[in-house]
Design a protein around this ligand. Structure first.
Ligand code: SAM
Length: 239
């Protein structure tokens, strides 16, 4: 049993390590993540400045390689080439888990296609943190990432999902959060249960769970800054 529990911690050699980093609270960087980042030949990141700042806080100095959406295809091949040649590369994003509404999917797919070793160093993820603190059902959920910014597309999305049986999870910008709450109220009805999870793991963490009729007034007239995860409970769910 002990050997099994330790198995992942003993990975060595050429591989891609997909590493989750904090979504706010730096204490959430796991010891295993620190060890992997400190020992990687190179850290592939979205933004070398953001990841450089994080790594400096932990005294980690490794070469950084910029990796973002617009060069993801080319970088994926380059990263896989380096792993095939024997390198250990850690993949991080600005915050949270790579590939979840963040770059990284193509490099993981490329490594898998080539049969290269890929390991996960799991940790913070806004989606999972919100679900776990929400009180909404988590047995079946659908994650939609960021919704289209256009009002018509967002309204259509809600209309199509009116009778949904799963919990719906979305990332939303603070600029649209109040308008989105009003749309939920209007299209899904005042009794729909929702959760607005804001600034998770940070100083102003706020998780509001209730019917949209109860939550909406709490969002009106406030300066709603920060990062949000929005969860919408199944149509028949009651608190
Ligand atoms: N890959 C990240 C993850 O694992 O959570 C998500 C990255 S996505 C580009 C950024 C969005 O995630 C934000 O706009 C917000 O919707 C959500 N998010 C990130 N950090 C958050 C936090 N601390 N609290 C609430 N939502 C957060």
């Amino acid at each position: 049993m002990e050997a099994e529990e330790n198995f992942a911690g003993t990975s060595q050699g050429a591989r891609l390590s997909v590493v989750a980093t904090p979504i706010g609270n730096l204490e959430d960087l796991s010891p295993r993540a620190k060890a992997v980042l400190a020992s990687a030949d190179c850290i592939a990141c979205e933004d070398t400045r953001t990841s450089g700042n994080l790594l400096r806080r932990f005294g980690i100095a490794r070469p950084l390689l910029a990796y973002h959406d617009h060069n993801e295809q080319a970088s994926a091949a380059g990263i896989a080439d380096r792993i095939a040649a024997g390198a250990h590369i850690a993949l991080v994003c600005d915050a949270g888990t790579p590939t979840l509404s963040d770059p990284g999917f193509r490099v993981v797919r490329e490594c898998r296609r080539r049969g290269l070793a890929v390991e996960t160093i799991p940790g913070p993820c806004a989606l999972i943190a919100a679900l776990s603190a929400s009180g909404l059902p988590t047995n079946a959920f659908a994650f939609y990432g960021f919704l289209a910014p256009k009002t018509a597309a967002r309204r259509r999305f809600l209309e199509e999902l009116r009778d949904e049986k799963m919990t719906l999870a979305l990332y939303e910008s603070c600029h649209r959060i109040r308008a989105f709450a009003e749309e939920i109220h209007e299209i899904l009805g005042p009794q729909r249960v929702v959760c607005f999870a804001r600034e998770l793991t940070k100083l102003h963490e706020t998780v509001l769970t209730g019917t949209i009729a109860d939550i909406l007034p709490q969002m009106t007239g406030k300066n709603l800054k920060g990062e949000f995860v929005v969860l919408i409970a199944p149509a028949d769910f009651e608190l």
